[in-house]
Design a protein around this ligand. Sequence first.
Ligand code: GLN
Length: 256
Amino acid sequence: MKKILALLLTLALVFTLAACGGKEDNSLTVTEGKLTMATNAEFPPYEYYEGDKVIGIDAEVAALIAEKLDLELEIVDVAFDSIIPGVQQGKYDMGMAGMTVTDERKEKVNFSDSYAKGVQVVIVKADSDIKTLDDVNGKKVGVQQGTTGDIYASDTVENGGYGEENVTKYENGALAVEGLKNGKVDCVIIDNEPAKAYVAANEGLTILDTEYANEDYAICFSKKNDELQKKVNDALKELIADGSLQKVVDKYIKAD
Ligand code: GLN
């Protein structure tokens, strides 16, 4: 009798667990055998298109992680601010998009160990009268919707921002830079490495040094999938220890 009861309880538990998760029964990922990564592929050198393929630091590091986990990597390109909701809903296994770890995001998703650092900078036209961060006050600022640059810039002037009314939110970095070139905005606030890539690719732009704090980039996961987070962290540790991660970074970021 006890055995039957134990069996029934176990079955009940299995069904409950299966009903709760966004992913299939006890498989590690949303689609068995695949590692589905959401990104926003307008963020060079972390993720961008070469032809119809998404390449960059995140794409290559994710491929190395997938290989270690014996999974096939699939990259899905979405708006930056749909990455976290999609991961929470169990549409994607992870989000990897030069994503900064913030306390607010930590309430929604789990993060891996950090694998890179970023800092927010200001891109202006080379002949702009904006020479310092203070000069940005009262000017039109372009940002990528939902990014840390957006959060800083949209804050009130008392809190060190430039006021929501002065901020234009673009779907991605490339469109924000277009806005700057067309004179729709006077500057763009974005992470330093994409800023360098955009300035290199577009004549007549330059970067202001800023004192914004360093940000840690990490991969995000659903709070329901600790197991994947742990496995990816183990893979990341190995890739850091054996120099593979640095090799990918050096391929895309040349020392100044
Ligand atoms: N690091 C910034 C953030 O997390 C921007 C990331 C991005 O645009 N891909 O908000």
